[in-house]
Design a protein around this ligand. Structure first.
Ligand code: ZN
Length: 307
C-alpha cells in the first residue's frame, strides 16, 4: 500500500467516525425532543465534549489509545513502531499492538485495556513489560511483571519447574533479542510455562532474511568494557578461546541492553515449531481505531499458542 492509499484509508476512517457521531447526535436529540423536550442541555453538552475528541485533519489519523483511553491525532505518514504518539501515556504503536493482540487472543475482540473485564482466574506474566500497561494488567488478572536483573526475577533460560504449566498468557515484547545464546532454550521454556493452549504475545525486531544473525554465538564468560567512549565486548568461549567484539549494539542507550542477535522471520517460525508453539499469527492488519497501522512487513508483533 502506498502513502496515498494509506492517507485515503485514514481519511475514510476519520470521515466515518464523524458521520457516526453526527448520526448519534441527531438520533439522541430527536428522541430527547419527542420524549423530554425540556432536558436537552445535558445530552448536548456531553456530545459536544465527545465531538471535540474526534478531530479532522487531512492526512491525519484520529484514534483512541487502547492503553489509557486518550483521544490522539497523528500524521499517518509519521506512524511508526517506536514513536510515542499518545500524549497522555506515551504509548508506542508496538505497545498498543501488544494490548490489541492480548485482547483479541483472550476475548476474541480488540478492547481497550481499561475495558478489560476483571478476571483473577486468568494467570499471566510479563517479561520486562512496559509499566504503562503492566500496572493495569495486574489489576485485571492474576498477572505479575518479571525482570532479568531485579525482583521479581525470571531467567527464561533457567526456569523454576514449579512454574511449568501455570500461565494462560506470557508477554515478551522486544526482549528475546537480548537473551543470551542459545535462544532456543528460551522458546522451549515459554512452551513449558504456558498451560496447554496458553498464548505467547511476542515481538522482536526481525528481518526477512533466511537466518537469524547471532552476534556472539559462543558467548560464555564475557564482559562489556568502555574505553574512551567506545565499547568492546570481551568473551572467553567454553573451550577457552578469547574473543573481542568492537562496537556491540545496545538498545535503550550506549552501554545498556546488549543486542545478542537480529532474528529472521523464517528462523523464528522454526524456533516456535521446535518449541511446540503453534497457531502462529503475525498481526499485520491495521487497527485504525487504536492507531495501529503497519507499512512494513518485518518486526511485526505476533502470537503463538502452546500445544
Ligand atoms: Zn495512551
Amino acid at each position: 500500500m502506498d502513502i496515498a492509499q494509506i492517507k485515503m484509508r485514514a481519511l475514510a476512517f476519520v470521515l466515518n467516525k464523524s458521520k457516526a457521531l453526527s448520526h448519534k447526535r441527531s438520533s439522541v436529540s430527536q428522541s430527547e425532543q419527542s420524549v423530554k423536550p425540556k432536558k436537552l442541555s445535558a445530552p448536548h453538552e456531553s456530545l459536544r465534549e465527545e465531538e471535540t475528541l474526534i478531530t479532522f485533519k487531512p492526512g491525519c489519523l484520529s484514534f483512541r489509545c487502547n492503553i489509557c483511553g486518550q483521544a490522539c491525532l497523528v500524521k499517518v505518514s509519521e506512524l511508526s513502531r517506536e514513536a510515542a504518539f499518545c500524549k497522555s501515556c506515551g504509548s508506542t504503536m508496538r505497545m498498543r499492538a501488544i494490548i490489541h493482540i492480548l485482547s483479541t487472543e483472550l476475548f476474541g475482540r480488540s478492547l481497550a485495556l481499561t475495558d478489560f473485564p476483571v478476571k483473577p482466574d486468568i494467570t499471566g506474566i510479563g517479561m520486562s513489560d512496559w509499566d504503562g500497561y503492566a500496572r493495569t494488567l495486574a489489576h485485571k488478572f492474576d498477572y505479575k511483571n518479571t525482570f532479568y536483573h531485579q525482583e521479581p526475577k525470571l531467567n527464561i533460560t533457567r526456569i523454576d519447574p514449579a512454574l511449568e504449566g501455570k500461565f494462560d498468557f506470557i508477554i515478551a515484547s522486544d526482549v528475546f533479542e537480548h537473551v543470551c545464546p542459545p535462544v532456543s532454550i528460551a522458546f522451549e521454556n515459554i512452551g513449558k510455562l504456558l498451560k496447554p493452549n496458553g498464548v505467547f504475545i511476542f515481538s522482536v525486531p526481525y528481518s526477512k532474511d533466511e537466518e537469524t544473525v547471532e552476534h556472539f554465538p559462543e558467548l560464555h564468560d564475557y564482559q562489556v568494557i568502555e574505553a574512551d567512549g567506545r565499547y568492546i565486548l570481551k568473551n572467553i568461549t567454553k573451550s577457552g578461546v578469547s574473543q573481542v567484539f568492537e562496537n556491540p549494539v545496545f538498545h535503550g542507550g550506549a552501554g545498556l541492553t546488549l543486542e545478542m542477535r537480529l532474528f529472521s522471520e523464517s528462523a523464528l517460525i522454526k524456533e516456535f515449531h521446535k518449541a511446540k508453539l503453534n497457531k502462529i499469527k503475525i498481526y499485520k492488519d491495521s487497527d485504525f481505531d487504536h492507531g495501529i497501522h503497519w507499512d512494513v512487513d518485518w518486526s511485526l508483533p505476533m502470537s503463538v499458542r502452546a500445544s
